[in-house]
Design a protein around this ligand. Sequence first.
Ligand code: NAP
Length: 463
Amino acid sequence: MTYQTTYPYTGKTLKTFPNNSDTEVSQTLSLAHTLYQKWRTQPISTRKAQLLKVAAALRKHRDELAKTITYDMGKLFCESQGEVDLCAMIAEYYANHGEEMLQPVDLPMPAGQGTAHYIKQATGIIMAVEPWNFPLYQIVRVFAPNFMVGNPMILKDASICPASAQAFDALVKEAGAPAGAFTNLFISYEQVARIIADPRVSGVCLTGSMRGGAAVAAEAGKNLKQSTMELGGNDAFIILDDADWELVKKVAPRARIDNAGQVCTSSKRFIVMADKYDDFVTMLKKQFTQLKMGDPMNPETTLAPLSSKEAQTKLQQQVDTAIDHGATCITGGHIVKGDGFFFEPTILTGITPDNPIFDQEMFGPVATIYKVDSEEAAIKLANNSSYGLGGTIFSSDPDHAERVAAQIETGMSFINSSWSSLPAIPFGGVKNSGYGRELSILGLDAFVNKHLIYTPENSATNN
Ligand code: NAP
């Protein structure tokens, strides 16, 4: 496993990072476990102050971190800045609300059966395996809640964004968090598996592909470790017949194109009523052809390169497969020649359920558009997917939108808006998009021991 920063805009490798040895892995586990035991005896208020310092350090180093993210995986510098801001918000959110979220929870008991409540306690070290598309945000959304809970975190980040992982490790230390609270390791899949098997590790989380998720979840299962899996998506963007068309025009292109289309919750399938279909295709084509590919550091650039050569090659294969099986390419469809890993903004239509691409996630600036004759057909099409992560519904009647949302088999529905992520709203999916939730109180509860305290009515008897 080689950990390397290759700048997607130039294709040049900027830095290679040495791998950590088994001895370093072992030292990390000992340090983290010692801290876990110490944290069990300390008030949460200590960690609140430290997490606020992490948030302040994120804000202080905003541009430096944003540059690191962009050099690692190529997203627009302004998007990287937004990512750092969101990370600071997440750290502040858990610092300010963590203590309240960790309060004991009373359990209503039938008369005569005693009293019961559960206390929320740390469980141990969390092994987190994270992807490259949001190099900092993916780390912070596990780190911040677990820091408040008192679960130290070990990170194995994607091998193509090592500089971001290392920068966060340095930032946590600079902010004065205790040694062992967060450790980034450059390790192999086998070392990850050995860490998961270690009895001091209590939880495992992964954000990434179905392939990576299945492999890491299998290790967690084999060792009876609790796990959360945040996997891919093929989210539908449903435009109902009473949608506000001006709003749709404003939101739809960016819902697909942000982060160069490499977001698990990007709107990947636009589902449009027949009478609006042609207008929608024309509008999206116009906006896609106006996108400006170029230097991600230049504020005028509106479409960033893909994260790697491999991502570019894979996307070309998928687009070719779609077309070979009958899809129509309305615009784009090709890798852009040159050193950078750009892919033309692409629109595909006419994808039938027997097209191999119908049920695949395409990670890049490729929109697929479907025509339907009714709301029922839109819902049926949206649900005809092995994924179930997010989704968007447009209707000028929010109740109507919510009635439709409730019929979609998915983890998150966004009404009259693009996909979004905020500290207070949970993030996660169903079906092959994984299980468990990150962010909000649900994310904080993921690796908490809900420790029951029960006192019978008459303590001398069993029942
Ligand atoms: P990936 O190949 O599964 O990699 C994700 C992480 O898992 C990387 O750190 C990778 O390390 C590691 N990994 C893969 N196989 C492993 C194994 N057998 N043992 C240990 N670690 C392993 O996914 P990706 O292509 O980088 O990320 C893109 C995917 O993530 C997309 O499908 C996207 O939709 C999904 N995603 C989901 C969410 C969500 O919240 N649901 C958010 C963002 C992205 P290496 O890099 O070293 O291979």
